[in-house]
Design a protein. Structure first.
Length: 282
C-alpha cells in the first residue's frame, strides 16, 4: 500500500483528532477530513486504504485507460462473452437496472459507435457466469458519469470498517459524502458560493449534509459541454449544473445525470417517483 498524499493533523486537549488529507485521483482532487480519537498513524492508514481502493477502481473502470478492465471489455465483448470482476459486474448491473428506472435517461452506452436509444439492449449480462456480451458491434460502456459516486460507497465501507463516525469526502466538488458531524456542529456544511434553490421555501447558498451524499452533473461552461442526451445523441446545451442529495452516492450520480439530460416532464416524474430530497439548478 503506497502512501502518496499530503495531510495535516491536529489533536485537541480532550483527545479528539482531526486529519485533513488530499491527493489526485480519478482525474480530480480528493479531499478527506476525518474526525475521531484515533492516532495520526491509524488515520493515515485509513487514508492509504482509501487511496488504494480508488486506484483499484481506476484500473477496473476507467473508460479512458486502454489497460483498464472496462476498456479491454469494450474491445472484446462483441466477439465473445467476457468474464467480469465482481465489482465491474456490480457496477454494470446497477447501471442497466437504473436505465429502466430513469426512463432511459441514464445510459452508459451513449458513447457507442452508431448509438441509438436501443444500443443498451445489446448489453447482455449473465448472472450465472458473471459475463457480459455485446450483441451489437461498436457498443461500448462508459461509467464515467457513475464511478465517483460508486467510489464514495466503497469509501463509506472503509470508514465503517474502521468505525469512523465523522468524515467528509469531497471528490472534485461534484461528489461529496458526509458522515456524522463536523467537529464544531451538526452535519457538514457545503457552501456553493452562490444562491441555490433547495426545493424548500426560499433560497440559500449552502446545504447541511448529515449521512448524505451530494452529487452534481452539468456543463462547466457554455463552451465546455460533455454530457450526451440519450434522447438526441447530442451534447446537452446550456451552462447549468444540477445536484441531488441522496443517501447513496452511486444512486445519486445516476439521478443527477438523469435529471440533467431529462426533459421537464421526465424530470418532474423522476423527482416525484423517487422522492428525491433536494434538486438544485445552479
Amino acid at each position: 500500500m503506497c502512501r502518496s498524499f499530503q495531510h495535516l493533523y491536529r489533536q485537541s486537549s480532550d483527545g479528539d483528532s482531526l486529519l485533513y488529507a488530499w491527493f489526485p485521483s480519478m482525474h480530480t482532487r480528493v479531499d478527506i477530513i476525518l474526525s475521531s480519537q484515533y492516532s495520526e498513524d491509524k488515520l493515515l492508514l485509513v487514508i492509504a486504504t482509501i487511496q488504494d481502493i480508488l486506484r483499484q477502481l481506476e484500473k477496473t473502470a476507467n473508460y479512458y485507460d486502454a489497460d483498464s478492465e472496462l476498456a479491454q471489455i469494450n474491445q472484446t465483448a462483441s466477439l465473445d462473452p467476457v468474464k467480469l470482476s465482481s465489482s465491474l459486474y456490480e457496477m454494470i448491473s446497477l447501471c442497466l437496472e437504473y436505465h429502466r428506472k430513469t426512463l432511459g435517461c441514464f445510459d452508459v452506452t451513449v458513447h457507442s459507435e452508431h448509438y441509438t436509444r436501443n444500443t443498451i439492449q445489446s448489453v447482455q449480462l449473465s448472472a450465472e457466469d458473471q459475463t457480459v456480451f455485446f450483441q451489437k458491434k461498436g457498443t461500448t460502456i462508459n461509467l464515467s458519469g457513475f464511478l465517483k459516486g460508486y467510489a464514495l460507497e466503497r469509501i463509506r465501507e472503509i470508514l465503517e470498517s474502521y468505525a469512523i463516525k465523522n468524515a467528509l469526502i469531497n471528490m472534485g466538488n461534484s461528489s461529496v459524502l458526509a458522515i456524522g458531524n463536523h467537529p464544531n456542529g451538526k452535519g457538514w456544511k457545503v457552501d456553493f458560493g452562490k444562491r441555490i434553490h433547495t426545493g424548500k421555501d426560499g433560497e440559500d447558498n449552502a446545504l447541511i449534509l448529515f449521512d448524505e451524499c451530494l452529487t452534481t452533473s452539468g456543463n462547466n461552461s457554455a463552451e465546455h459541454k460533455h454530457l450526451i442526451s440519450p434522447h438526441s445523441a447530442k451534447l446537452v446545451e446550456g451552462c447549468k449544473q444540477l445536484a441531488v442529495v441522496t443517501t447513496n452516492g452511486a444512486i445519486g450520480e445516476i439521478f443527477s445525470t438523469s435529471l440533467f439530460v431529462a426533459d421537464e416532464e421526465q424530470r418532474a416524474l423522476l423527482i416525484d417517483r423517487f422522492h428525491l430530497k433536494t434538486v438544485i439548478e445552479l
